[in-house]
Design a protein around this ligand. Structure first.
Ligand SMILES: Cc1ncc(COP(=O)(O)O)c(C=O)c1O
Length: 334
């Protein structure tokens, strides 16, 4: 990837003159099942632009209550797009068509905001990298269309979802009006993201990119990493999933409060409450033992992530180290 970056042909991206950015956008559009795509610095910006171009100020956005776009982007849909943000209680990051049926407002009287956009997250970060199945997506698409709602997919980890479901990213992405893809997560790029949609919508996205200060200059330097990742880092995501499963099983066998059946993709959740630890204590103990594990939005849940810098040996080491570091030994056989 470093070599691809070094060799990148570049030009002025703001003027549509960077050949590597154009190549990445063309490739990403097909990869995501759409006519066009726009290269951006981050997936947060991709989400914010998608939300903005699919709504009008005063509209209402529905998403799962712990969705990244609702709780991790500083209220961006309210700030940048003037939206009412409404979180629906989720189950493993998903919500049901009936919840949408019950939430859509009757705006005909002139009092209420117009419910206009559904955003779903696949995989869903805060629920532990859980997927929406194609059947769940199809049911949500049908519901959205019945209510004349638009659909955004926060597919920051769409490749993980596609690999777990055994379908192409395009097969999922084409069902939505707009799709976000992050390049700096499982795809292993230093930075970058894309938003995809129809040609017409992407004209609006490109304006949004400039408005948000995301229009760059010789951005081919980073887009080259994205092209490389689409060629070399997609199939290997299955290895991350296998390693996460091995980690979950190893930790559960060693007495850590981990449910391996919850690991569908590349995350493992550990509930530290039964260990009598607070989250900061547990994070600090793991770190002191040499294993980086992060906190989550859930007060007692830690998250471990496998990615292209984590090898089989790293996983075996973590299986050895972390249960001791978190004092799980006493629980074995309990
Ligand atoms: C589901 C989801 N969407 C969007 C983002 C934002 O990504 P970025 O850090 O590129 O802004 C993240 C980051 O963790 C995420 O988990």
């Amino acid at each position: 990837m470093r070599e691809a970056i070094a060799r990148a042909e570049v030009g002025d991206e703001q003027y549509g003159e960077d050949p590597t950015v154009l190549e990445l956008e063309r490739r990403a559009a097909a990869f995501l099942g759409h006519e066009a795509a726009v290269f951006l610095p981050t997936a947060s910006m991709a989400n914010q632009i998608a939300v903005r171009i699919l709504t009008q100020p005063g509209d209402e956005l529905l998403a799962e209550e712990n969705a990244h776009v609702l709780i991790n982007e500083q209220g961006g849909p309210a700030v940048f797009s003037g939206l009412v943000m409404r979180g629906l209680p989720g189950r493993h990051g998903t919500f049901a068509p009936e919840q949408v049926d019950g939430a859509v407002r009757d705006w005909s009287s002139g009092h209420m905001p117009r419910t206009r956009l559904i955003s779903i997250e696949n995989t869903h970060n805060s629920s532990g990298g859980r997927t929406w199945s194609l059947a769940q997506i199809d049911a949500m698409v049908e519901t959205a269309r019945r209510h004349d709602l638009r659909l955004h997919l926060d597919g920051a980890r769409l490749v993980n979802a596609a690999v777990a479901l055994g379908v192409t990213p395009a097969e999922i992405g084409r069902r939505f009006d707009a799709v976000t893809l992050c390049l700096s997560k499982g795809l292993g790029c230093p930075l970058g993201a894309l938003v995809a949609g129809s040609k017409e919508l992407m004209v609006a996205a490109r304006r949004g990119k400039h408005l948000f200060g995301g229009a760059m200059r010789q951005a081919g330097i980073v887009a080259a990493a994205g092209v490389y990742a689409l060629d070399h880092h997609v199939d290997r995501i299955a290895d991350d999933h296998a390693r996460a499963r091995r980690l979950a099983e190893g930790w559960a066998a060693a007495g850590l409060p981990v449910d391996p059946s919850q690991t569908e993709t590349n995350f493992v959740h550990i509930d530290v409450a039964p260990l009598g630890l607070t989250m900061p204590e547990a994070v600090a103990r793991a770190e002191a033992a040499g294993v980086g594990i992060s906190d989550t939005v859930h007060p007692t849940i830690l998250r471990a992530v496998t990615h292209l810098d984590i090898s089989d040996e790293d996983v075996e080491r973590a299986i050895e180290i972390v249960p001791d570091a978190l004092g799980a030994g006493a629980r074995v056989g309990a």
